[in-house]
Design a protein around this ligand. Structure first.
Ligand SMILES: NC(=O)C1=CN([C@@H]2O[C@H](COP(=O)(O)OP(=O)(O)OC[C@H]3O[C@@H](n4cnc5c(N)ncnc54)[C@H](O)[C@@H]3O)[C@@H](O)[C@H]2O)[C@@H](O)CC1
Ligand SMILES: [K+]
Length: 222
């Protein structure tokens, strides 16, 4: 099986956006729709979506929009500095604001209590805190959120990579979400093969990156 590093994935995303001309927001929309496609909407009605402020979080926001549009109950939580959201995270957050969707910004003990209550009551938790952009040890409130997700969720789906897992090595950076299922985009990241305990079932979904891009980047990185 062809596996790639997070750096190779980033390079493929960039090449697709800059040289092929597929806007990054289109890739994000494709990613979100592929996650929706992997959820049994006949059996799953209530959701916790926990987002960071990077593009993994942006995927989570787009997933939230599609679930809400499908009439599902969604409790939306965001963790991280809202002033540092990526461009596509901000586009999706703005859409949700225009739809008058409420979210909880997790900053302290009170919001952690709300999160715990939601995790216990809802059918599925969508983990979109960190993907290939995780760069350092997880500490503080991020650690508390991941610990709550693992302790209280009924079922967990991780977007791209379980949050906390190093996509290259499969090691945790202090703590990681333990998913039942991971939907990873384009190609399997190397670390996902080493860490079934955290990834659960791994499903690879295409998000519209052409084969030419894969070949180009892999040639360049040899
Ligand atoms: N255009 C693209 O590059 C695409 C990206 N996609 C998604 O975006 C993800 C990558 O997005 P990003 O590169 O924005 O990275 P992430 O969203 O994985 O994470 C980056 C954010 O996490 C913060 N962070 C990193 N380590 C931290 C730590 N230990 N504690 C607290 N904060 C920490 C960073 O400061 C940054 O805000 C992919 O995994 C995939 O899910 C998809 O939407 C497809 C298109
Ligand atoms: K994730």
């Amino acid at each position: 099986m062809l596996t790639i590093t997070c750096e190779e994935m980033k390079a493929m995303d960039c090449y697709t956006i800059e040289k092929i001309g597929i806007p990054s927001i289109v890739l994000m929309e494709n990613a979100a729709l592929k996650v929706i496609y992997n959820i049994d909407l006949n059996k799953t009605n209530s959701f916790n979506i926990v987002c960071g402020v990077g593009n993994n979080g942006g995927d989570g926001l787009a997933i939230a929009r599609h679930l809400i549009t499908n009439g599902k109950d969604v409790d939306l939580f965001i963790i991280g500095n809202l002033d540092k959201g990526t461009k596509d995270f901000n586009i999706n957050l703005n859409i949700l604001k225009n739809m008058e969707v409420k979210f909880i910004h997790v900053t302290g003990e009170m919001e952690l209590e709300y999160l715990k209550d939601s995790l216990v009551k809802n059918d599925l938790t969508i983990d979109s805190i960190f993907g290939i952009g995780l760069t350092r040890e997880i500490e503080g409130i991020f650690k508390k959120v991941i610990s709550l997700i693992n302790s209280y969720s009924n079922n967990i789906l991780s977007v791209d990579i379980p949050s906390g897992l190093d996509g290259n090595t499969g090691n945790t950076l202090g703590i990681s979400v333990k998913a039942n299922k991971t939907i990873t985009f384009h190609l399997v990241k190397k670390g996902l093969l080493e860490s079934k305990e955290y990834t659960g079932e791994v499903i690879v979904e295409s998000i519209g990156i052409p084969k030419k891009v894969t070949n180009k980047i892999l040639e360049r990185m040899v």
